[in-house]
Design a protein around this ligand. Sequence first.
Ligand SMILES: [Fe+2]
Ligand SMILES: [Fe+2]
Length: 343
Amino acid sequence: MMNDTAEQSIDLEFLKTLTILYVEDDPEIRDLLSHFLARRVKQLDMAVNGQEGLDAFNLNRYDVVVTDIKMPVMDGLEMAEHIKKSPNHEVPIIVITAYSDRDYLLRAIDLGIDRYVTKPIDADMLLAAIYKSARARFNQLEVARAREQVLDTLQQTVNVLSRAIEMRDPYTDGHQKRVSLLAAAIAEEMGLPEERVTGIRVGGMIHDIGKIHIPTEILSKPGKLNPLEFDIIKTHSEAGSDILKETTFPWPIEQMVRQHHEKLDGSGYPGGLKGEDILLEARIIAVADVIEAMSSHRPYRPALGMDAALEEIRRHRGTLYDENVVDSCLRVIEKHGSHFFET
Ligand SMILES: [Fe+2]
Ligand SMILES: [Fe+2]
């Protein structure tokens, strides 16, 4: 919590965009300050106690809340406590306090109050505090918006790439998207943090990117592949990781792509990695990959069906596929039904 002792350069135009809630029970101070503030901000709403302030807060969108502490019906800190638990809890709150309010001040720090202004109130100082709090919040929102935009663009690029890969492989149209959907659902079911789930979603979308390296005659060959052709298909994990070598995604996409055909017992490829040497993300994509591949139609064979796919991961739970991943996958399919990919 900060006390603003000096006025900094204030962008008056920015102040004119703000909607402020001002809660004060003393009519004299309220009149004086509201007169001063109303001319400098876009909109100033007033309330005479915490309860009224909270009612106004719940009905409107404010950029900053300014509140006295000691008030009848509900004091300023109790109101702040309610605000901090509301969906708009990040709105900056400035408390106006007297030096004798030490206990209140400690409570305010506990509540995460942004700033305080001491009595007797210097109107310019209060204005500076409002400006700084609103500016800091505005900058925070700008950064969040910019980040979201970058992620959106990234997602679109990945989607385009994913479709481009599958255009060469018409038999598996939409495969990566469906794997991505299921892998993310499994990761969520496992309770992984949102950020990691997003990485798995992205990794799933391009896990077969290395297929761009495989001749189309092999990719689109109807019927069974001979051992040599199958060896060529198997190079797609390494080829994919080569393509992604220079990337700096905030998630380990390259390893996900490289390891998505590794098996728990070391029988997979390309590294023959075992157990936890395989990245968790790759173990998740591996299970989603098997489920999608087995439950989908291929021109050269009918779909084996979801039941057969689930039987496959159940049978090899703990030997080929990670136990936790398998259990979570079974729960996901149980929740969504065996038509997971069609919904
Ligand atoms: Fe693959
Ligand atoms: Fe795949």
